[in-house]
Design a protein around this ligand. Sequence first.
Ligand code: B12
Length: 208
Amino acid sequence: MTDLLEAAGQFEVERSRRLIREIMESCESRVALRKRISAISTLVGDLWARGELSVAVEHFLSGLWKESLRADLAQMPEPREDAETVVLAGFPDEFHELGLLLLQAEFQHSGYRVINLGPALPWESLEQLMAKKTPRFVCLSVTRPALLAVHLPRFSELVARQVGTTFVVGGPGTTGMEQSLSSIGVLCWTTDMEIGLLSEEMKNGSDT
Ligand code: B12
């Protein structure tokens, strides 16, 4: 991990890319990879918050992670024709996107068809998609509880209108917001939950 931060700190493109590849290949499962990336990102975030790592280094690293995760996704087999569809997106104004890419990989690996609409999706755009398709699941990511609180009224209206879709919200922004989410009929993903469990909970929730 320190090798990677050192290489990124010097903006060494090839070395950083190689170290990221090595980390990805050394993780024995996608869950392990998600935990590893989260641990590295937490360290990056803490160093940034203490003024010990520049925004440029953080952007450089995020860019390389995105590149490698997308390359990994491009290698994955297509889903079965009858696969369930999952829509992924970031809350409006939510620009963190690595969590979404990791989720995409895990869902695709579990056989889902994934439509990843990326970070900071306006509600109107999600509604436009939902007028054309009725996804079985919509999973939204949020990093800060304050952002979730601001958007909760509008989100709750949208959820109430969409019968037949199960909504899930995950990410660090769900901390302390579990009750508010469940009161509007949304499943809340806490950071210690495995995606396999979420998948089961999503299926159970949608059967009832
Ligand atoms: C990279 C980064 C950025 C990049 C993002 C680049 C990109 N394209 O993704 C940029 C520069 C955009 C950014 C901006 C900001 N950031 Co920032 N950022 C980070 C950093 C270093 C890493 C985030 C990351 O990618 N983590 C890795 C992923 C894999 O983890 P994750 O997002 O937590 O997701 C995991 C789970 O939560 C889950 N998950 C996530 N979403 C969902 C959804 C569902 C449905 C499910 C099931 C699961 C799930 O899956 C993931 C894997 O386990 C974090 C540090 C940290 N501790 O994470 C700070 C951090 C999140 N950022 C922070 C801040 C303050 C900001 C800014 C406000 C800074 C500023 N003043 O402008 C802005 C806000 C921008 C916005 N409006 O969203 C703070 C948030 C503090 C807080 N809780 O309030 C952190 C924690 C840094 C810190 N230590 O202070 N940031």
